[in-house]
Design a protein around this ligand. Sequence first.
Ligand code: ATP
Ligand code: MG
Length: 447
Amino acid sequence: MALVTKAIKGTQDILPEEIYKNQFIEQTVLDIARKFGFREIRTPVFEHTELFQRGVGETTDVVQKEMYTFDDKGGRSITLRPEGTAGAVRAFLEHGLFNEALPQKFCYLINCYRYEKPQAGRWREFQQFGVEMLGAGAPAADAEVISLANEIFAFLGVEGLELQLNSIGCPECRKNYHNALKEYFETKKDELCPTCLGRLEKNPMRILDCKSPVCSSIGKDAPAILDYICDECSAHFESVKKYLDKMNIEYVVNPRIVRGLDYYTRTVFEFVSTQIGAQGTVCGGGRYDGLVEELGGQHVPSLGFGMGTGRLLMLLEAQEIELPKPSGCDLYIAPMGENASYEAAAIVADLRAGGIGAQTDVVGRSLKAQMKYADKIGAKYTMVLGDDEIAQGKAKVKNMDSGESFEMELSEIADNFMEFLVRQETAVLGESLDLEGIDLSAILGQI
Ligand code: ATP
Ligand code: MG
């Protein structure tokens, strides 16, 4: 196929027919985040390459292999963001938000870019919902952030996700662990991939995160971090677990989780599904107490998570969870003749101003062809508007499902159609519905 009509490998189009699912998820996560006090932050798609080298870490897969980095025309090294934390922390520092009430709670829906091998659940452009809580060191914060992710899954009705939890300690206790890991991996040196051979000196824990089958199988028998963490980190971890118990959030401790960023400390977690293939991690996050300092700020203990909305959608599909599909067209007005076409244009304009999804003919089709089109776009009601109807000031509105017709005054249709629609759609509730003072458009959005 010609290049111009083929999207780049690892990218996806989301077509109008499907977009309602994304929109529903986006609205849901922002609404839930708002309840927890997380407010949206928007940062640029690209940043200085150095931000990610420092903020994600030189020994990570992301920085070593996956970044879209290029020089711009001014000769600066620019990188398309591979994740959201670094940009959020940069903004926190640049705008002095550390002087505001802490914790600062951010959330975002962003596209991320990683040069990875495209496969099911792994794209080169993908969307993440992320949250960051800056300036909160206590275990209650960890539990709160985890419970936010948990609530999103619960709200959407997703089942069978396993919350896997680990603590990777602090830089102090990790020293001993690094030594133990080094000792272990030294004996397997010949089998490690070239990248991990380099990590052996700089950051042996990264080897546990390697995707190569050989390295990950060697990693299975490596010493476990939980045997090495200090008393304070251990007490912190115990407390996180106690909060989760108290909140009835189930988890399993998985000592193999180390996560993909270098600056993670203490709690790390993943929500993992077995239903969407090999890329089963729908959400991953943890504490990064060292990151703000690493980027030039004070010591600001912080944490967050990233949730891949594409993987979440795959999971919803696997579990056959239907998301509400908004109606594209509440009323289609089919004019017959030029005069009626002008009238129809005026009526749909009034209907739309009143919150109704109204459409009319804009291509000069015959009545038959218009009805076919109305059917295709899923119009709930149709109305044929001819010279007779205009002369009488009345027309029939037809329910496309039941075939039932209702006569309406043309001069009042814009004012009355919303209430008519709500009454029709909620007819099961009975005729005596009192709609006085109720926001009808809000109801309409729900039915
Ligand atoms: P993985 O182990 O799957 O590579 P990761 O540790 O690199 O994940 P994070 O950087 O923690 O992932 O990103 C958070 C979430 O973003 C992941 O849990 C996943 O849902 C999603 N994600 C990461 N990379 C991709 C990708 N290439 N395509 C689609 N979603 C992704
Ligand atoms: Mg990855």
